[in-house]
Ligand binder design. Structure first.
Ligand SMILES: Nc1ncnc2c1ncn2[C@@H]1O[C@H](COP(=O)(O)OP(=O)(O)OP(=O)(O)O)[C@@H](O)[C@H]1O
Ligand SMILES: [Mg+2]
Length: 332
């Protein structure tokens, strides 16, 4: 009798705990969800970049958490947005670093799959004394993210989903399938990066047509459309997106929705390292969009967040906090 009573209580409390946790998940509406590669960036400062049959030596080494969408999502979390992520890491040291870092930044990690086998994604960068770089990407388990591993509940429970590139075909196909299934009120933001831009318009069309905003840099836009950026923006807008924003490096950015267009001047700052400038820019711009700022203001916030990023070493160290937006006259 006593055992039955205990069991009844346990079952009841378990059921109600499950109901409460389901309700918590249902109630949590995210501002932005990222879906892109998760990598540890391993940066080797070398004497010189070795050519074929040559040998060189390492002077210094550092590692940090990276991945384009992941950097952008961390940038948005720092600005106080509710964020989550879909991706895959392995059960290894690098995977733990990536998950711990997201948790510290208050990015929800429930949508990230931990694979029992395989390696987490790694990007190895070799930088010589002149600052020339050679990069090797080891996508690891990023490239075997299956359709069933994309948590549809998370995906439907966000205002915006931000898509960036993977090396392999499987995740790209899953991103295409995912955008087909999205409820209409979920906005899609798409930064193709070089890896996807190289694939060309015909391969990327299903994502571009469903995107609310496309965020290439100048070179990527030219790859996609074959023309200089002002003409390229028109071509992209004709495919369906409502906004196209082009990152122009030291010239700032150009933003357009077809009705209004603005060239937005960058912030002049002392540059330490431009790694992740574009990802930081996306964070500021998307923050502005989700806060219903004007197009011009979104571009300015993008330039501001990017300028803070390039003042520090690495893609994330300089990403500003919400309170820092006061510096450009924005109060949350
Ligand atoms: N030299 C610079 N001075 C001031 N701002 C800069 C400079 N370089 C980059 N930025 C800022 O960073 C933003 C993004 O840089 P960029 O145009 O190089 O994007 P990207 O090529 O996508 O970058 P990434 O290499 O991170 O992918 C620019 O729109 C600008 O606001
Ligand atoms: Mg970029």
């Amino acid at each position: 009798m006593f055992e039955i009573w205990i069991n009844a209580i346990n079952q009841e409390s378990i059921d109600s705990a499950v109901r409460i946790s389901e309700r918590v998940v249902l109630m949590t509406k995210y501002d932005a969800l990222g879906f892109g590669a998760l990598n540890i960036d391993k940066l080797f400062k070398v004497n010189k970049i070795a050519g074929q049959d040559e040998e060189s030596f390492v002077i210094d080494y550092s590692e940090s958490c990276g991945g384009s969408a992941a950097n952008t999502i961390v940038g948005m979390a720092r600005l106080g947005m509710k964020t989550s992520f879909i991706g895959k890491v392995a059960d290894d040291r690098e995977g733990k670093l990536l998950l711990d870092n997201f948790k510290r930044e208050e990015v929800d990690t429930q949508g990230i799959v931990v694979a029992r086998r395989g390696r987490s994604g790694v990007v190895m960068g070799f930088v010589d004394k002149e600052g020339e770089r050679a990069l090797y990407v080891d996508p690891g388990v990023n490239d075997i993210i299956g359709q069933k591993e994309v948590n549809l509940h998370h995906v439907r429970n966000t205002r915006l989903i931000h898509l960036t590139s993977f090396v392999g075909e499987m995740p790209l196909e899953n991103q295409k399938k995912l955008v087909e299934q999205l409820p209409e009120d979920v906005k899609v933001s798409f930064d193709p990066g070089m890896l996807y831009a190289e694939k060309g318009m015909s391969i990327l069309r299903p994502i571009i047509q469903r995107a609310f905003v496309v965020l290439p840099n100048e070179v990527e836009l030219k790859m996609l459309t074959g023309t200089e950026y002002k003409e390229g923006i028109k071509k992209l807008l004709n495919e369906g997106p409502k906004v196209v924003a082009v990152k122009l490096n030291k010239k700032g950015c150009f933003v357009s929705n077809g009705e209004e267009s603005h060239l937005v001047e960058p912030f002049r700052v002392k540059i330490v390292d431009t790694t992740g400038a574009g990802d930081a820019w996306n964070a500021g711009f998307l923050y502005g969009l989700l806060k219903n700022k004007s197009l011009m203001e979104c571009g300015r916030i993008g330039n501001f967040v990017a300028s803070r990023c390039i003042m520090k070493l690495g893609a994330r160290a300089g990403l500003p906090k919400l309170a820092d937006l006061h510096q450009i006259g924005i109060n949350g």
